[in-house]
Design a protein around this ligand. Structure first.
Ligand SMILES: Cc1cc2nc3c(=O)[nH]c(=O)nc-3n(C[C@H](O)[C@H](O)[C@H](O)COP(=O)(O)OP(=O)(O)OC[C@H]3O[C@@H](n4cnc5c(N)ncnc54)[C@H](O)[C@@H]3O)c2cc1C
Length: 464
């Protein structure tokens, strides 16, 4: 527990009702979307930048850890307060401050729900492309802190491609402004990119300037069905090699198809080995031409059926199937390691086959699916943590997924971040020198080490 003196000072900053310290509240704030957990000593809910700065200043004075929290949909344990202290919940900073149609930018507070910005931008004829499958819950602060990706990453890129600048509170309570609303800011190192993906370990983001793009005139959504998952994976590399850049290329294996069908009952092809959910967007003539070419490539690669959605409702049903994989996991087992192993696009077929053999070797169900178009696969290993022997096999499978990904020249995380879940493997990706510099940068920005301690380069467990 924090000392009453500290709790009172926190209450003076944010108001009595926005400092939680009851044991039952601490349980609620001890989890994210992983199986990990640790309890904080207090939860503080500031309403604006100045309150954030005052809370962080107090934390620095009393040397109290601060772990930021948006919607807590994190899949790498980033939101877990490993060292106790304060969970700083940023959901009250939830205003879209500006949508500028001429300069195509949005300025938002970090607690804005991703989907709310996408909707507001759409109403202004603009698109904010990063669309994590959690977009109806996740916050933009969490997206920027994790550098989130999403299905549209194939064509448009991931969150970092849309962050122009931000305002953030550093660990001594001072405020930094990074970047600005123009594209070509070349004044020194890119502070915005340093903080993007820093997972709450360097600063508390209090406002974000984001790039928007014109809303595409039309889009076509299609589903290609395959007997063999390998053929669906091959379609991804063949499509990209043909110079076509679809908006999305999402891969689902049989386990994903069957689990989603059990959950939604929308008539998915449950006998298929795999399917691709493909979208193309742009001007009408290009979209029609690209849809035709992609459809031909799918058939050449072995698709038994290519179905083009004829109505917005049919398109929405296909997307609902993809977005329902996460809730459908529970059909298979209660616990999961949800990975985001990312490899060069041309190697997606190799990664898919390696994941199939890992599943066989360790005899654990693995969902073999993901944002295949940008090489970002989501091998999701299912187990029941009450069954120790099964959990050990799942952990071995997880190790091997990481090793194989790095051997293929890929990365441990295409979007979910490192947190503590993937921290044991981080040095294997960065190398000893990269790891040392990572620690030094964090120490320079947060010398007291109070921001999200124990994560990323400061993980204290065994390293691979
Ligand atoms: C069903 C499901 C589907 C998902 N699909 C995707 C997907 O398609 N693509 C993808 O990229 N991810 C996906 N995720 C993971 C997750 O949604 C993303 O990482 C998302 O960006 C987290 O946002 P959040 O608001 O929940 O952040 P949180 O989980 O609350 O926090 C995430 C990290 O950001 C830090 N943080 C939060 N707010 C701030 C702030 N204001 N300043 C500094 N640090 C901060 C936290 O300390 C933590 O380290 C999915 C998760 C689930 C459960």
């Amino acid at each position: 527990m924090l000392k009453p003196e500290v709790l009172n000072k926190l209450r003076a900053v944010v108001g009595n009702s926005h400092v939680l310290s009851e044991p039952e509240d601490m349980i609620v704030y001890s989890n994210d979307a992983t199986i990990l957990s640790a309890k904080p000593e207090a939860v503080v809910q500031p309403a604006n930048r100045d309150e954030v700065a005052a809370v962080v200043k107090l934390a620095a004075r009393y040397n109290i850890p601060v772990t930021c929290r948006g919607a807590a949909t994190c899949l790498s344990g980033g939101t877990i307060p490993l060292k106790g202290g304060i969970v700083l919940e940023l959901t009250r900073l939830n205003q879209i401050l500006k949508i500028d149609k001429v300069n195509k930018i949005a300025v938002v507070q970090p607690g804005v729900i991703t989907f709310d910005l996408i909707t507001a931008a759409g109403n202004a004829g603009l698109l904010y492309p990063p669309d994590p499958s959690s977009m109806k819950e996740s916050t933009l602060g969490g997206n920027v802190a994790e550098c989130a990706g999403g299905p549209k990453g194939v064509k448009y890129g991931i969150t970092r491609d849309f962050v122009l600048g931000m305002e953030a509170v550093l660990s001594d309570g001072s405020i930094i402004q990074t970047g600005n609303a123009v594209d070509g800011d070349m004044c020194g190192p890119d502070w915005t990119m340093l903080l993007t993906g820093s997972e709450g370990t360097m600063a508390v983001i209090t406002s974000i300037t984001l790039r928007l793009v014109p809303l595409p005139a039309v889009k076509k959504t299609m589903m290609a069905v395959y007997d063999r998952l390998e053929d669906a994976a091959k379609t991804v590399s063949v499509t990209m090699a043909a110079g076509i850049i679809p908006t999305t290329l999402e891969l689902m294996d049989n386990l994903s198809i069957v689990s989603v069908e059990k959950y939604l009952k929308i008539g998915l092809p449950v006998k298929a080995g795999g399917l691709l959910l493909i979208e193309v967007d742009g001007v009408l003539s290009t979209v029609e031409e690209n849809a035709r070419r992609v459809s031909e490539i799918c058939k050449q690669c072995g698709a038994t059926e290519v179905k083009i959605a004829q109505t917005p409702q049919e398109a929405e049903d296909l997307w609902r199937a993809r977005r329902s994989i996460n809730p459908a996991f529970g059909q298979v087992a209660p616990c999961k390691f949800a990975e985001d192993a990312t490899v060069p696009r041309s190697l997606v077929p190799v990664l898919v086959e390696k994941i199939m053999s890992i599943q066989e070797k360790y005899d654990v169900p693995i969902f073999n699916m993901g944002h295949a178009g940008d090489g970002n696969m989501h091998p999701t290993i299912m187990f029941d943590k009450r069954n120790k022997e099964q959990m050990a096999r799942a952990e071995q499978a997880l190790d091997e997924v990481h090793i194989v990904t790095l051997e293929l020249g890929g990365t441990l995380s295409g979007e979910h971040g490192i947190g503590c879940a993937k921290a044991p493997y981080l040095r294997a990706e960065t190398g000893a020198t990269g790891y040392k510099i990572g620690r030094e940068i964090k120490q320079a920005v947060d010398p007291l080490g109070i921001l999200n301690p124990g994560k990323m380069f400061f993980y204290e467990g065994k390293l691979h």
